[in-house]
Design a protein around this ligand. Structure first.
Ligand code: PLP
Length: 384
């Protein structure tokens, strides 16, 4: 048993996650466990619905509070945030606001994007876009590729912050610099980093940044947020839209299309209200602990995973050479990842299978013993 501890009261936090009594969740790259707070938030919505019957003002306020909670995690203002049901929806709305009929038609996307992002850009080829790909090499994206590939034809660069397969991190500030020097926009998918890696949209200068909440933000599916850089908003008119994108959604003017003056113009239909309650509870927990402190603990757990893998002759997926430039996710090459996930679950460890790898993605609440047990179980089931 190691004596190393994180910079927060991990024992108190663990008491707020009932699942820890019966399993070791190490699958935050896929789904975070329930906390007392997220459960209470869901109950709060159900109670409001039961007791008040209909409470739109309060419900809309909850959505605004969830946007504000996301904004504060990435150093944005609540006005810079739009709400969606998924990152796919958010990316589609961004794509719909870009003109692919002029001379800038290229979308420069990486093969490390989550497939849904690639699909969104490929669908834009119907609107004139040309999708160019930066290949994954040695388990990651070579950062010099951006300088080589972004040019006057590039309308937008699409870069994930963390690679969903193995956690490799990209420097989004450097990517934004290269894009902007060439007059291109930048879209960042931060689903695998939000809540795990400090993000400052102002310092990095990115134009768009999207994330859902069910991974390191401790939430659930069915809600995602999009940051839109405020000085870009005026020229963006998403054709994926709806009444909540209007200056005043409650004006009910069917034959008038105006645009909210801020990122709210990317909102479309009635927002996912119950999910907003839960999302805020998850994000507030992360904010209270502090993403920098979480990151420090993740780095320690990652080292333990990587060193422990070597001791047990497990094959860690690249890119280890990039040192600490990874999220909390450590991936292991296995033969049948789905079967490994199932076998590990039977032994009380939740891991996450993706294609050729099994991912162990701890979070702030995991202790070093969790990591050691997960590695022991992985070694046992892969040897069986
Ligand atoms: C990096 C990344 N982007 C996007 C998604 C999926 O987004 P959604 O289902 O909200 O469209 C995931 C889900 O695993 C992901 O890891």
């Amino acid at each position: 048993v190691s004596s190393e501890l994180p910079g927060y009261d991990i024992a108190a936090l663990r008491r707020q996650i009932p699942a820890l009594g019966s399993m070791i969740p190490m699958c935050n790259c896929s789904q975070a466990p329930q906390t007392d707070a997220t459960r209470a938030a869901a109950a709060r919505y159900l109670e409001s619905w039961r007791v008040r019957g209909m409470d739109w003002d309060v419900w809309m306020q909850e959505v605004a509070l969830a946007k504000a909670a996301f904004a504060s995690l990435i150093n944005a203002s609540p006005d810079d945030i739009a709400v969606f049901s998924s990152v796919s929806d958010a990316a589609s709305a961004v794509a719909s606001a870009i003109d692919f009929t002029g001379h800038r038609r290229d979308v420069l996307a990486t093969e490390a994007e989550f497939p849904t992002i690639g699909h969104v850009w490929l669908a834009q080829e119907q609107r004139g876009a040309h999708v160019r790909w930066i290949a994954v090499k040695d388990g990651g994206i070579d950062p010099t590729e951006y300088e080589r590939r972004v040019n006057d034809d590039t309308a937008i660069v699409s870069a994930c912050h963390g690679y969903y397969l193995n956690g490799a991190l990209q420097d989004i500030s450097a990517i934004a610099d290269v894009a902007h020097q060439n007059g291109s926009l930048v879209f960042v998918d931060a689903y695998q980093s939000a809540g795990a890696v400090p993000i400052d949209v102002k310092a990095s200068g990115v134009d768009f940044l999207a994330s859902g909440t069910l991974k390191y933000l401790m939430g659930i599916p069915g809600i995602a947020f999009l940051y839109v850089r405020p000085d870009r908003v005026d020229r963006l008119h998403p054709t994926v839209t709806g009444w909540f994108g209007r200056e005043n959604p409650f004006a009910f003017e069917v034959n008038k299309l105006d645009w909210a003056p801020n990122a709210r113009r990317f909102d479309a239909g009635t927002p996912p209200i119950m999910n907003a309650y839960i999302a805020r509870a998850g994000m507030e927990m992360i904010a209270e602990i502090g993403v920098a402190k979480i990151r420090a603990w993740h780095e320690l757990l990652s080292k333990r995973l990587i060193n422990g893998a070597a001791l047990r002759h497990l094959c860690v997926s690249a890119p280890l050479r990039r040192g600490s430039l990874k999220t909390a996710n450590t991936a292991f090459e296995v033969k049948d990842s789905h079967a490994v996930e199932e076998a590990m679950r039977r032994k009380g460890v939740l891991a996450s299978a993706r294609g050729p790898v099994i991912r162990l993605a701890p979070h702030f609440y995991n202790i070093i013993d969790d990591v050691d047990t997960a590695l022991d179980v992985l070694a046992e089931v892969t040897r069986a």
